[in-house]
Design a protein around this ligand. Structure first.
Ligand code: ADP
Ligand code: MG
Length: 225
């Protein structure tokens, strides 16, 4: 059997303080290539903490995180940044777009570090915007786009580096029902094209669209389906 794309082994994450917060209390999770996993659970249960570790934005306090079958514990910041740029795409609840840059510029940005020449960066950004249905909006700035369109720009930005997995933290948390549906059908398309997806959500409708649901309660995981 081949190694999981992402694997957490007995991962804990505690935040020092008085009292310390034990956000993750021993989590085991394996995500295979092509999985579509929803992570559900109450506010404060450790969902974002877990996603940040999967995204190499944070480190376990104890335990091990293997990405592409390799331990990540010994990677320094430069190594982590390089792996993150090659393997992972991120989508956040609040989009995190640069307001004064066009959609095309926002989506091109993650390619700055790739060494690709400007023309290639732009053409890849254009392709990514087409892929999310925004081919006609490339020169628009975020402030004149709708919330749903902004989130689709953010998805394009996550895709432009051709990651192996997209990690999304409450991606529809700021969207109404119709826009949520647009993002969900976009995720379904991506999954159909072989993308691995890990999506945190409060929305049971959103979770139901995933192929696997894991629940996190007080820092502990249980498989729902
Ligand atoms: P969720 O995403 O499920 O709402 P989080 O993973 O953000 O939950 O947080 C889990 C727990 O860890 C919460 O009690 C939160 O207050 C705490 N926490 C998260 N990040 C930090 C931090 N940087 N410092 C201290 N406590 C934190
Ligand atoms: Mg959270």
């Amino acid at each position: 059997m081949s190694a999981a794309l992402m694997e957490l082994r007995s991962v804990t994450r505690s935040f020092p303080g008085d009292p310390a917060v034990h956000a993750l209390r021993g989590v085991d999770l394996a995500v295979d290539e092509g999985d579509y996993v929803a992570i559900v659970g109450p506010s404060g249960s450790g969902k974002s903490t877990m996603l940040n570790i999967l995204g190499l934005l944070d480190r376990p306090t104890t335990g091990e995180y293997l990405l592409e079958g390799s331990p990540t514990t010994d990677l320094d910041d430069v190594g982590r940044t390089a792996v993150r740029a090659r393997v992972l795409g991120f989508v956040f609840q609040s989009f995190h777009l640069l307001p004064r840059r066009t959609a095309l510029e926002n989506v091109s940005l993650p390619l700055i570090y790739s060494g690709a020449p400007r023309a290639e960066r732009e053409s890849r950004a254009r392709d990514a915007l087409h892929r999310v249905g925004l081919g006609a909006r490339v020169d628009f700035r975020p402030d004149i786009l709708s919330g749903g369109e902004r989130q689709r720009v953010a998805v394009a930005r996550a895709l432009v580096t051709r990651p192996r997995v997209v990690l999304a933290d409450e991606p529809t948390g700021n969207l109404d029902g119709e826009r949520t549906e647009e993002i969900m059908s976009l995720f379904e398309d991506l999954h159909g094209q072989g993308m691995t997806l890990v999506v945190i959500t409060h929305d049971t409708g959103v979770a139901a669209r995933a192929h696997r649901v894991v629940r996190i309660t007080d820092g502990r995981l249980s498989e729902v389906s």
